[in-house]
Design a protein around this ligand. Structure first.
Ligand code: FE2
Length: 235
């Protein structure tokens, strides 16, 4: 992805090398970064035409198949904000996650948990004039990964924000507030402690839909002192 140039105030951002997160050892840059100036077309297009390129929003991940997926139904809502807490409208947020048993519908995910035929785990929403978004899904399960002995990822949802252009893409992960795996997760721990809570959604009774879905709030702040931690890779 494009290199995002964070300023010193963005100390919340995880370093590219964090040895407890084993794959960063091989893939983090060994040499100083070289800034590659972006051209006007790279940073201004295809703003405003995402829906023509990608199709309309897919805001309900529980209604993509013949029946509903197994799992706890949840609604996630929030706003995308800039460093002055102004809303950022028309931002495409791509969503991907594993199913309630912790398995992705992906050929490389072969661990011993069931595929759910009624869950793909991919969607996208677009922020409105208030920077607001909302989607419905099921709570993802935890899954093991090969980082170290007995390593398990906490429940999480991957989010990719497309700004005005592909070059302005930002990627982060949303965690859940009652998850004991966060504090022993190498990826979450790559984020400095003071910023880690910004990746954790907040349970919200107002977002909760009676007799239907538990609700969580997750605001995404693009820059500044309250910035959401973003990844420099896509895992
Ligand atoms: Fe994941």
């Amino acid at each position: 992805m494009a290199h995002i140039h964070f300023t010193p105030e963005d100390s919340a951002q995880p370093p590219s090398l964090f040895p407890p997160y084993a794959s960063t050892v091989a893939r983090s840059p060994k040499h100083p970064l070289i800034r590659i100036p972006q051209t006007l077309t790279e940073i201004t297009g295809p703003a405003g035409t995402w829906d023509q390129l990608m199709g309309p929003a897919v805001a309900d991940l529980t209604r993509q198949h013949a029946a509903e997926p197994i799992g706890q139904r949840i609604a996630i809502s929030g706003r995308v904000l800039d460093e002055n807490r102004r809303p950022v409208a028309n931002t495409v947020i791509e969503i991907w996650q594993c199913n309630a048993a912790g398995r992705y519908i992906h050929a490389k995910d072969q661990w011993d948990a069931p595929i759910d035929p009624n869950f793909t785990g991919a969607g996208r929403v677009i922020t409105d004039a208030d920077g607001a978004y909302r989607f419905t899904t099921i709570r993802p399960g935890a899954y093991p990964w090969g980082n170290h002995h007995n390593a398990w990822r906490p429940s999480h949802i991957h989010l990719s924000l497309l700004g005005p252009a592909f070059a302005t893409r930002l990627v982060t992960q949303l965690y859940f507030p009652d998850d004991p795996l966060i504090e022993i997760d190498a990826i979450a721990n790559a984020v400095p402690l003071e910023a880690r809570a910004r990746m954790v959604a907040r349970f919200d009774i107002a977002t909760t839909q009676p007799n239907y879905a538990l609700g969580y709030l997750f605001d995404i702040v693009l820059r500044g002192q309250a910035a959401t931690p973003f990844e420099t890779d896509h895992e």
